[in-house]
Design a protein around this ligand. Structure first.
Ligand code: BDP
Length: 722
């Protein structure tokens, strides 16, 4: 009896162990991103292999339709355990890729398909020609590609795929990634290894990663990729470099992405040997024309150029006394006959005037509204300073109705703890896109999203949303598993800026981790709060740009000795004995006046400015009463403490998932969260120590003093930070 009992116990123990081991699945390294196509539960898998045992391709399928079918095969095989048969005859249940006029059984759908915008698709389960079919239909092969990914996403996120009826279209014409990749394979602000472009080995050798990268982009609808850093080198346009670019273009083409290059304004002089690069010089115009023609001979569907001019030491039209619009003209004119786009960045600030950096882009662009050519998009960062954990929306949005403005978000987390800290950027993108600019003169609400996607103007303009990529040579692509979600959410919002960050997080989690619903929801909650945690421990209440010099990782609030005033954190927080914050109201720099009157009025007064942006717009005494009832000094400290607590809570949440998440990814995330908690504490302590040294105020009762002295925080230097 006792033997039997212990045998049973051991058996049960063994079973439990087996369950635990099998539950989290095999170790995963993250390479497959959200395209894992992990097996569905048995009943669903069987139903799927019945419904999707065949994939029907239109008779004259081109590369993008082939890529769509490849993905369907890969996905169905993974999810159902059975590889579908590819065919072109109408028999039995099937997934049908449908373009107008190509299947007689689907004639009724043709009008709907033709009406779709480029890239749009319909997903529909229906009976046609006597068969139960799943139709993935579009006006063009690009739509078939996006529709296939969308259907696979629906399968993995619990949609009722036996009764599907969806229609979707991209809201932006251009959905772009900007790589800040250098030609030597280093990546500016890259935290995921080297550049994925192995320039040295190109064009002869082509990594299989190029296709997998293109697949991931296509799954989100990304259709443009700028290959190289905005701080560009002239060599990228050299005749012996362009074949490398052409090779990448070839790899991305079947997945619907055009390549773009960042080019250096002074290329005519530096590469072409001309005496200058003055846009008014006919020889300069001719040089650009010849160069662009050469590029298009090699890459007929080349996307265009991205230019950073007169910014942070880059050459530009101001060098010749010309405006940005004048500077853009020669390149725009050269690209236009080929259908090429010129993206001109608005991230500029004066080399000479340090009054308020937040005002300078507006000053350099808005007066020239309407002067940029029809194939130019001016690319504006989400906020007026520089990719901070929180910024108000850029005042240029809505202020240049006659100019095509595009969004530039940063996906790579330069100012939010690199790939070390977990911060899901969905809520940040959403906050900016939803913001109401209150600009007059358009249709409906003037949100940033509606201004950018053109619906506010309704004039069929060229629209664009770009994200600075966080992709590199690391096996998991983004340096950390959760940073994959930032690539994902950027792409989804570039498709539709009205999508909600939590819904996107849910989708991503469901495809990325095969875990039960409560665990999924716990991960989503952790993600949703993560960016606010960073704001709390780094730059609460509207503070900004307090990061250490050059690498921007840890705190550097005390830095004051850098050559230009606006490179120093003290320029931004302006803390002294009497108060803290940057006065951008009518009493201060008047930056608020760049916003529409309703917004200027709200942000012009501390009482009507939301606490999240208070010190962005106002310099306030340390005893200023916050809406919470607390005075500013204890209120500020409370935010730092909250930030640390939020990271601790994220860690605790994650710890509960041990045994549920596969061990490899579990351990990697756990290690990063541990480092993040340490860094949050460091930010909190260093910030409190510094501000206390300035205001001389005691710590409120119950507040823990910083672990070290201010001098120790100042002395703490990071070597070789990426
Ligand atoms: C800043 C980065 C710098 C970039 C610059 C830019 O620190 O590396 O070159 O933005 O966007 O945030 O041009």
């Amino acid at each position: 009896m006792r033997h039997l009992g212990s045998f049973l116990l051991r058996l049960l123990g063994g079973l439990a162990t087996a369950l635990l081991i099998s539950a989290p699945g095999r170790a995963e390294d993250g390479y497959q991103l959200w395209l894992r196509y992990a097996a569905l539960p048995q009943a669903e898998a069987t139903a799927l292999s019945r419904q999707a045992g065949r994939v029907l391709l239109p008779p004259k399928a081109g590369a993008m339709a082939q890529a769509a079918a490849d993905e369907l095969e890969r996905g169905i095989a993974g999810l159902s355990g059975r590889k579908p048969v590819r065919g072109s005859t109408w028999q039995g249940p099937a997934v049908v890729l449908a373009l107008p006029g190509q299947w007689s059984a689907l004639q009724l759908l043709d009008a709907d398909l033709k009406a779709l915008r480029e890239g749009g698709y319909v997903l529909r389960t229906m009976t046609a020609g006597g068969q139960r079919v799943t139709v993935i239909g579009a006006a063009s092969e690009r739509g078939l590609l996006y529709g296939s990914f969308a259907w696979l996403r629906a399968l993995q996120t619990g949609a009722d795929v036996a009764r599907l009826d969806q229609r979707a279209e991209p809201k932006f014409v251009w959905r772009m990634l900007n790589h800040w990749d250098n030609l030597d394979r280093t990546v500016e602000r890259g935290y995921a290894g080297q550049s994925i472009w192995n320039w040295w080995e190109l064009p002869d050798m082509r990594s299989t990663r190029y296709r997998d990268y293109a697949r991931a982009n296509a799954s989100l609808g990304i259709n443009g990729v700028v290959l190289n850093n905005v701080n560009s080198k002239p060599e990228v346009l050299a005749s012996d470099w362009l074949p490398k670019v052409a090779a990448i273009a070839e790899e991305l083409r079947p997945y619907g992405q055009k390549v773009f290059l960042s080019v250096r304004f002074s290329s005519p002089k530096e590469l072409g040997g001309l005496p200058n690069s003055d846009p008014a010089n006919p020889a300069v115009r001719a040089w650009w024309q010849a160069k662009v023609d050469e590029v298009y001979r090699l890459i007929p569907d080349f996307g265009g150029f991205l230019v950073k001019a007169n910014s942070e030491g880059q050459p530009g039209p101001h060098d010749y006394g010309r405006t940005h619009a004048e500077g853009a003209a020669p390149m725009a004119d050269a690209l236009r006959p080929h259908g090429g786009l010129l993206v001109w960045r608005a991230f500029v600030y004066s080399e000479a005037d340090a009054t308020d950096r937040a005002k300078q882009a507006y000053q350099q662009f808005v007066p020239w509204d309407g002067q940029f050519a029809s194939n130019v998009v001016v690319q504006v960062k989400n906020g007026a300073i520089d990719f901070q954990p929180r910024e108000p929306f850029h005042p240029m949005f809505g202020a240049m109705p006659k100019t095509q403005l595009g969004m530039e978000f940063q996906i790579t987390k330069e100012y939010l703890g690199f790939a070390t800290h977990l911060a899901y950027l969905g809520p940040m993108y959403e906050e900016v896109l939803r913001a109401d600019t209150h600009q007059p003169g358009g249709n409906g609400p003037a949100t940033v999203a509606r201004i950018l996607d053109g619906s506010f103007y309704g004039d069929g303009r060229v629209t664009m949303m770009a994200g600075v990529a966080n992709v590199g040579s690391e096996r998991n692509w983004s340096g950390s598993h959760f940073d994959q979600a930032n690539w994902y959410v950027f792409g989804r919002m570039a498709w539709d800026p009205e999508l909600k960050s939590d819904a996107i997080a849910r989708e991503w989690v469901q495809q990325t981790f095969s875990v039960p619903q409560p665990a999924r929801e716990s991960i989503v909650q952790m993600m949703q709060g993560s960016r606010e945690a960073v704001v709390n421990y780094m730059t609460p209440l509207g503070l900004h740009h307090l990061m250490a010099t050059s690498h921007h990782y840890g705190p550097g609030l005390w830095v004051s000795e850098l050559a230009r005033p606006e490179w120093n954190p003290v320029y931004y927080h302006r803390a002294d004995k009497s108060g803290i914050g940057f006065d951008r109201s009518a009493r201060g720099s008047q930056a608020v006046s760049q916003y529409a009157p309703a917004v200027a009025a709200r942000w012009g007064q501390p009482a009507t400015t939301e606490p999240e942006l208070l010190l962005w717009f106002h310099h306030l005494p340390w005893d200023y009463k916050l809406p919470s009832g607390q005075a500013l000094w204890p209120g500020l400290i409370a935010h730092y403490d909250l930030g640390v607590q939020q990271v601790a809570a994220m860690r605790a949440r994650w710890a509960q998932l041990q045994g549920v998440i596969d061990p490899e990814r579990f351990a990697d995330v756990a290690a990063r969260l541990k480092a993040q908690e340490r860094d949050a504490q460091w930010w909190r302590d260093a910030s409190i120590a510094y501000f206390q040294s300035v205001n001389g105020l005691p710590l409120p009762a119950g507040v823990k003093p910083p672990a070290l002295k201010l001098e120790d925080y100042k002395a703490h230097k990071l070597h070789y930070a990426p």
